[in-house]
Each structure stands twice: as structure tokens, then as C-alpha cells.
Design a protein around this ligand. Structure first.
Ligand code: HEC
Length: 163
């Protein structure tokens, strides 16, 4: 009797090991060739719309950081928007040229505005950025996407606004 029990345990161990190995073979991250891995990773790169959801949220946060006088947080949002657009140039090469137009023109006024720490000047810089968001949407056949001039709220918990 003991002997049979021992054999059953062995058989079970062997079967589950085999199943795990089969699972591993299906999991390209563990067992794919380098070419497979690159191919799969490329498919998981964020699309423009994914990147834009974050850009849109940071755009709202930027506006309200300025409005509430949280100038360092505003500067941080500008940096993060720039980094996202630079990332988009890599993940979506067909947007690279129009993204560069944005990088060259959208944030030029912020340095001065954030040093002045003044809502009026900040609003002007924000308006200049918004104009470039619109330019890029137009050049990419998405002119119907128009970011608001005065976002009514912002998502960051740091700003603690009602949603
Ligand atoms: C490189 C050009 C480019 C720039 C710069 C750009 N956008 Fe976009 N945006 C797009 C494109 C293209 C789409 C449509 C997404 C798609 O086709 O996958 C889009 C879509 C969006 C969307 C809709 C996302 C969704 O799926 O609901 C928002 C919001 C948005 N952009 C906000 C902004 C804001 C705010 C700025 C400026 C701070 C900006 N975008 C700058 C190209 C750009």
C-alpha cells in the first residue's frame, strides 16, 4: 500500500512539473526567442490615445496648479508633458515630426511665467501651449479634439479638487 502511495505522489509531481514546463513554453517572456520577445514587446507599446489620456490629465493639473499658485507643481507638469511628447516620438514615429513642432513652440513661455509666479502671465503661457495641442491635432487628422481653455477641474489628488 505504502509503495503505491509513494508512486502516486511521484506521478503527480512529474505531471505538474510537465504542466508548468508547458506553461513556460507558451509564455514568450520566459521561453520566446529574442526576436519573439521584441515582436511582442513592440505590440505592447502605448498608442497615441494612451499617451494622450495622460497628457490631457496633466494639462488639467497644470492649469489648476497655476490657478492655485502651486508653481513648483506646475513646473513639474510642464516637464512631464514634454517627456510624454518625447516618448511619443519614439513609440509612434509617424507623429515624430508634428510632435517636434509642439516641443519647439508649446513651452517657450513657461520659464518666464513660472518665475514671475503670476496668474495672468501663466495663463498666457498656458494658452500658447493649448494652441500647439490644437495645431498637432489638426495636423494629425484629429482636429475635433479640442482641449478646453479653462479646464473645470483636475485629477491630481495633490490639488484636491472636486471631480
Ligand atoms: C504629436 C501631436 C500631438 C500633440 C503635441 C498633442 N496631441 Fe493630443 N492627440 C493627438 C492624436 C493623434 C490624438 C488621437 C489619438 C489616436 O488617434 O490614437 C490625440 C488625442 C488626444 C486626446 C483624446 C484622448 C482620448 O482617447 O480620449 C486628448 C485628451 C488630447 N489628445 C489632449 C492633448 C493635449 C491637452 C495636448 C497638449 C498639451 C495634446 N493632446 C498634444 C496628437 C497630439
Amino acid at each position: 500500500m505504502r509503495k503505491w502511495q509513494g508512486l502516486t505522489v511521484l506521478l503527480l509531481v512529474w505531471l505538474t512539473d510537465g504542466m508548468a514546463a508547458a506553461e513556460d513554453r507558451k509564455d514568450w517572456r520566459k521561453s520566446g526567442t529574442t526576436a519573439d520577445k521584441v515582436e511582442q514587446i513592440l505590440k505592447t507599446l502605448p498608442s497615441t490615445s494612451h499617451v494622450m489620456l495622460e497628457v490631457g490629465a496633466r494639462y488639467q493639473d497644470l492649469y489648476w496648479a497655476g490657478k492655485l499658485g502651486q508653481w513648483d507643481f506646475a513646473a513639474y507638469q510642464v516637464e512631464e508633458i514634454v517627456k510624454l511628447i518625447e516618448m511619443l516620438q519614439i513609440s509612434s514615429p509617424k507623429r515624430a515630426a508634428t510632435a517636434q513642432v509642439f516641443l519647439d513652440h508649446a513651452v517657450t513661455e513657461f520659464d518666464a511665467a513660472l518665475q514671475k509666479k503670476e496668474w495672468e502671465t501663466f495663463q498666457h503661457a498656458f494658452g500658447a501651449m493649448r494652441a500647439q495641442c490644437i495645431v498637432c491635432h489638426n495636423s494629425n487628422d484629429h482636429g475635433f479634439i479640442v482641449p478646453p481653455e479653462h479646464p473645470v477641474t483636475a485629477p491630481s489628488v495633490i490639488l484636491n479638487l472636486p471631480r
